[in-house]
Design a protein around this ligand. Structure first.
Ligand code: SF4
Length: 477
């Protein structure tokens, strides 16, 4: 669809009148960079914005998911998520308005939240996922606000908590000393400031019995303020997700939004990986054996089986051939590689069984002449499940636990605790995180390099591995 095509945002999200075919921008002004998303956006947006805003936010939420699962240190996670946010969903302060388009950043944040709210309201499972990682994003941002921005945020959002003038004064505080120290032993009583709030605002703290309650009021240490804010954010979002779900049938009467929302639910980062760093022209069929040390386990397995059996079945050939194409093997060299590898097949069979035809087909030289891209992890993991005698697929998804442990050991991960960690990711169906952990463990860990993004494409694995070896050999010179 063209840039000029526009979409009617659903009722309750876009307050504009009938679509006239023009792109009108009713600019909303955003005075602060963080909010509770209580007021829907009133802009009109193009289809392109609708897609790119929502995909960028989804990338951020998926990275939060990966970061939490990988159990990295707070420092590593913070540095990494700061990079991700700077790339996909930056929110600069008012002080940076000269240097950054802060109104546009806030508009994108606002609209993208509401689009994903629509996409993720439809089932309990989707709602829980969205709620969890929107909360993670919000908390990350709130903690990183300055103290004055936090106070401003509380006031602006009318959170009904006591502000500076009604914090407990010294007299009130000392009268409740015994109760406050008993209920909040984790704080330094002398230096801590306490404030009073309706107890139902802090049910999370009440459930955990870490606040003193008297006459329907809870007395909360200032350092637990973030728990209050999070409670408020979570409850509001939980409710509005359910409300949105109920309103959804009315929202998309023109049928424009639902197809995009369906795509968003199936989005996994890395789908559009472009293999832009391939080492075209430099590699030949004779280099492949040497390069396998940079291959992910799926491609190492295919290469090993090809060498052992001197043959691969259809899906194995397709998965491996497209990967080698992404690495930079030209069509001529690919034909030479496969011909040499099928050493027990004569020339006649090689032609008759369409092996050469299929290789050329992958390169867009036969049939519909589509220039096929290397398969990403999602397709390898979910499509064409391997059967008896097949070697395609993803070892993290398709190997037995014993076979995977053995394969990891042979690939250099010998520590039982590390193997267990990878197996645990696999048991939780986090195959890409398992693969990323394998990469980190076999490439000197991530401590010195900082945290890396989750791997979503076999060629991404190869390129990262190949580049890191090039960099370290340059560094050794
Ligand atoms: S996660 Fe992706 S790159 Fe890693 S082994 Fe599986 S399919 Fe290959």
């Amino acid at each position: 669809m063209s840039l000029q095509e526009q979409i009617n945002l659903p009722k309750g999200i876009n307050s504009r009148e009938k679509n006239t075919g023009e792109v009108k921008l009713h600019r909303q002004h955003y005075s602060s960079r963080l909010h509770l998303y209580t007021i829907p956006p009133i802009d009109e947006i193009t289809i392109e914005e609708f897609e790119s805003f929502s995909l960028d936010r989804l990338t951020v939420l998926k990275e939060f998911e990966a970061t939490i699962l990988r159990n990295k240190s707070d420092k590593e996670s913070k540095e990494y998520m700061n990079q991700v946010l700077a790339q996909y969903l930056p929110l600069h302060t008012n002080l940076s308005s000269e240097a950054y388009p802060i109104q546009q950043e806030r508009r994108k944040d606002h609209i993208s939240h509401f689009i994903l709210r629509l996409a993720y309201c439809r089932t309990e499972e989707l709602r829980q996922w969205f709620l969890k990682y929107e909360c993670a994003l919000f908390k990350f941002r709130f903690i990183n606000l300055s103290a004055s921005e936090q106070l401003e945020f509380l006031k602006e959002n009318n959170l009904n908590w006591k502000c500076a003038s009604i914090f407990l004064d010294d007299k009130e505080k000392s009268e409740m000393k015994e109760q406050l120290t008993t209920s909040s032993p984790h704080v330094n009583f002398a230096s801590e400031t306490f404030f009073e709030v309706d107890f139902e605002k802090v049910l999370d703290l009440v459930k955990r019995r870490v606040v003193y309650i008297k006459g329907g009021k809870a007395y909360v240490p200032m350092r637990d303020q973030v728990a209050l804010v999070m409670d408020e954010f979570r409850n509001r979002l939980d409710k509005t997700l359910k409300d949105t779900c109920r309103a959804l049938p009315e929202v998309d009467q023109e049928g424009q939004v639902m197809p995009i929302l369906n795509q968003l639910n199936h989005f996994k980062s890395g789908q559009g990986y472009s293999c832009s760093n391939k080492i075209e022209g430099q590699i030949t069929a004779d280099d492949i054996d040497q390069l396998t040390e940079h291959f992910p386990l799926c491609m190492r397995h295919l290469h090993k089986k090809l060498r052992e059996d001197k043959h691969l079945k259809h899906y194995g050939r397709m998965q491996y051939n497209l990967f080698l194409k992404g690495v930079g093997l030209s069509l001529e060299e690919a034909l030479r590689f496969w011909r040499m590898s099928f050493s027990e097949t004569n020339d006649d069979q090689f032609q008759k069984k369409a092996y050469a035809y299929n290789i050329r087909h992958n390169y867009g030289m036969e049939g519909k002449r589509t220039n096929y891209s290397p398969l990403n992890c999602m397709r390898i993991i979910t499509n064409n499940q391997p059967g008896e005698g097949d070697h395609h697929g993803c070892p993290f998804r398709h190997f037995s636990e014993a076979n995977l442990s053995h394969t990891l050991h042979n690939a250099g991960v010998t520590d039982k605790v590390q193997i267990r960690q990878i197996i645990d990711y696999v048991k939780g169906h986090h195959y890409n995180i398992a693969c990323t952990r394998f990469f980190e463990l076999t490439h000197g860990g991530s401590k010195e390099q900082g945290m890396m993004a989750a791997i979503n494409h076999p060629n991404e694995f190869f390129e990262k591995s190949y580049q890191s070896s090039q960099e370290s050999s340059l560094g050794n010179k």
